[in-house]
Design a protein around this ligand. Structure first.
Ligand SMILES: *[C@@H]1O[C@H](CO)[C@@H](O)[C@H](O)[C@H]1NC(C)=O
Length: 183
C-alpha cells in the first residue's frame, strides 16, 4: 500500500514536470528555435559570434539550417560593405604615404569582396554549395590580404583594420562551416 502511494506520488510529480516544461505557446516555440541556433552554432568555429549574430537577426526565428547560413552570409555582406565605407573614409583622411599604400590594397580587395559575398548568397540559394563555398572563402582571403599589407611596412605600427578584418573572417568561417553541414 505504501509503495503504491509512493509510486502514484512520483507519477504525479513526473506529470507536473512534463506539463510545466512542455507548456505550449510563444515561450516554448522560441525555446525550440534557440535550440536549433545553438545546436548549429556549436558546430561552427565561432559559436559565440554565430549565436550573437543570429539572435540579433529577426529572420532567424523559424529558419532552417540553410536559412541560418543565408543570414550569416548576409551579415558578412553588410559587414564587408561597412568596412569598405570605412576604408574609403580612412583614405580621405590619411596623408601618410605607406599607410595610403596599405589602405589602397584594402580598398581594391574589398572592392572585390563586396561583390563576391552576394554571389555566395546567390549560389547558396540555388543549392550550388561548392560555388557558395568558393565565394564565401574569398572574404577570408581578401581580409587576410588587407591585413597582411600593413605588416609589410615596419613604419606602420598597427593596422587600423584588424578588428574589421577579423570580424569578416569569423563570419565567413562560420558561413563555410554551415555550408559544409548542408553538403
Ligand atoms: C553590399 O554591397 C554590394 C555591392 O554594392 C551589394 O550588391 C550588396 O547588396 C550589399 N549588401 C548588403 C547586405 O546590403
Amino acid at each position: 500500500m505504501e509503495n503504491i502511494k509512493a509510486a502514484s506520488m512520483v507519477m504525479f510529480i513526473v506529470i507536473m514536470l512534463c506539463f510545466s516544461s512542455n507548456r505550449p505557446g510563444v515561450e516554448g516555440v522560441r525555446g525550440e528555435e534557440n535550440d536549433l541556433i545553438e545546436a548549429i552554432c556549436k558546430k561552427t568555429s565561432y559559436p559565440d559570434v554565430c549565436i550573437k549574430t543570429l539572435r540579433s537577426s529577426p529572420g532567424s526565428s523559424g529558419a532552417d539550417v540553410k536559412g541560418l547560413a543565408h543570414i550569416i552570409v548576409e551579415s558578412a555582406s553588410t559587414y564587408s560593405n561597412d568596412t569598405y565605407e570605412q576604408i574609403k573614409k580612412l583614405l580621405k583622411e590619411t596623408k601618410d604615404k605607406a599607410m595610403r599604400n596599405c589602405l589602397d590594397v584594402c580598398f581594391q580587395v574589398y572592392d572585390l569582396t563586396i561583390h563576391d559575398i552576394p554571389k555566395a548568397i546567390k549560389y547558396l540559394e540555388s543549392g550550388d554549395y561548392d560555388s557558395a563555398t568558393e565565394y564565401a572563402n574569398d572574404g577570408i582571403i581578401d581580409s587576410d590580404t588587407c591585413e597582411s599589407s600593413f605588416k609589410e611596412f615596419p613604419e606602420i605600427p598597427k593596422s587600423p583594420l584588424t578588428d574589421r578584418n577579423n570580424g569578416l573572417t569569423e563570419l565567413c568561417v562560420i558561413a563555410l562551416d554551415m555550408i559544409d553541414l548542408l553538403k
